[in-house]
Write a new protein. Structure first.
Length: 71
């Protein structure tokens, strides 16, 4: 994945993967997406300030696969 597949974020003291997922995706349960994009930090529970992470853009379902009320 290149930079065009996401954006960089510099952590603040106390950030966690679930907090970042909530901010980026409005869903803290998508933290795994960010962890997979930054496997070198998979064991970090609470970040120190100044760590650069890549936050991937999520792929959305193609319109034809969405139910009619979500198109």
């Amino acid at each position: 994945m290149g930079v065009t597949d996401g954006f960089h974020y510099i952590t603040q003291e106390g950030d966690t993967f679930d907090m970042l997922a909530l901010d980026a995706y409005n869903d803290e349960f998508r933290a795994g997406e960010i962890i997979r994009a930054n496997p070198q930090y998979a064991g970090v529970v609470i970040f120190n300030a100044g760590v650069t992470l890549r936050i991937p853009y999520l792929k959305t379902a193609a319109p034809e696969t969405l139910p009619p009320w979500k198109r």
